[in-house]
Ligand binder design. Structure first.
Ligand SMILES: C[S@@+](CC[C@H](N)C(=O)[O-])C[C@H]1O[C@@H](n2cnc3c(N)ncnc32)[C@H](O)[C@@H]1O
Length: 296
């Protein structure tokens, strides 16, 4: 490690605690236009794990002569991998702050002849023709904050019968946890592993969202979970695993679907080896603040 890196890392180590809730602040979803602050686009675009999963999935599909619709294109971080090959792409984005960037990138790459950009809410746009492919990375943990589920429910009506989706499936998982909430908000993504909660069980699958067939706008949870350790449970540790395409997966990083702590509506004491029931309810595309979970 060179001296500069060493110094940067030492500075980060000295400020670990200061950054405990920085991800939460940077990922705040704007309910007016559904977009994010510039720093969050930078976090997403610099994440090779996230971008690489889509790039690898796209590489396995033949985009030549295909008509594609992508919702929530952001700054074209994923789009640039397939756009050179397609016949036409309908690109949808609702954040007006991104307009100049999107237009400059299209012009620089000379993609104008094959692109229609729709600055609109992807849950309501009308497409003039059927599409072969639907792409959309508008995911948040449990799909609780963003409209991934609703957008695909709407746009898949334009998908040809043999059409494909990127991503295809989201599996939501939870683990019993114990957290000191005296200074913590009721939910927050974990930025560094030192900010992990104390975990008291293995993960259980809470629900699975098949984006080709999902019709619900919410999920009701009633799952058995066995404590591995005795103690007070006052939180869940949430994960979301994404199947971008069969065999190409993304299981969450700080940039997307970050493992997230969520306060339970009441705390309970569990005993190692005893099975309890995890119950709850959450809606897609609302807010994790509205999700309610408890142990029965
Ligand atoms: C998680 S970001 C991903 C951006 C880009 N796809 C990428 O991978 O870097 C989601 C993007 O979708 C946009 N978005 C969210 N909801 C939307 C909606 N209902 N209609 C259109 N765009 C939306 C946001 O403004 C944001 O730019």
């Amino acid at each position: 490690m060179d001296k500069n890196n060493d110094n940067s890392f030492a500075r980060l180590v000295a400020r670990y605690d200061e950054f405990k809730f920085s991800l939460l602040e940077s990922q705040t979803f704007d309910p007016v236009h559904f977009g994010f602050p510039p720093l969050y686009y930078q976090i997403m675009e610099s994440d090779r794990e996230r971008v690489g999963a889509f790039q690898r999935a796209f590489a396995q599909y033949d985009f030549h002569d295909k008509v594609v619709c992508e919702a929530g294109v952001g700054r074209l971080a994923l789009t640039r991998f397939y756009l050179p090959f397609v016949k036409h792409a309908y690109l949808i984005e609702h954040n007006p702050d991104l307009r100049a960037t999107i237009e400059a990138m299209i012009t620089q790459n000379n993609w104008q002849h094959k692109v229609t950009v729709l600055y609109a809410d992807a849950r309501a746009v009308a497409l003039p023709e059927p599409v072969d492919v639907l792409v959309g990375e508008m995911m948040s943990i449990f799909c609780a904050n963003e409209y991934q589920v609703q957008v695909f429910q709407h746009l898949r009506s334009y998908l040809r019968p043999e059409g494909v989706l990127f991503p295809q499936r989201i599996i939501n998982l939870a683990q019993l946890a114990q957290v000191d909430f005296s200074e913590a908000p009721d939910h927050y993504p974990v930025n560094f592993t030192r900010h992990l909660p104390t975990l008291l069980s293995t993960q259980v699958v809470v629900n699975t969202i098949d984006l080709m067939t999902e019709v619900a706008h919410d999920a009701t949870v009633d799952k058995p979970v066995t404590a591995l350790l005795s103690g007070e449970v006052n939180a869940l540790y949430l994960r979301s695993f994404v199947e971008v395409s069969p065999g190409i997966n993304f299981t969450g990083t700080d940039s997307l679907m970050p493992p997230t702590v969520l306060k339970l509506s009441r705390s309970v004491v569990v005993e190692a080896g005893v099975t309890c029931q995890l119950k709850g309810h959450f809606k897609f595309g609302t807010s994790l603040d509205d999700a309610v979970f408890w142990i029965a």
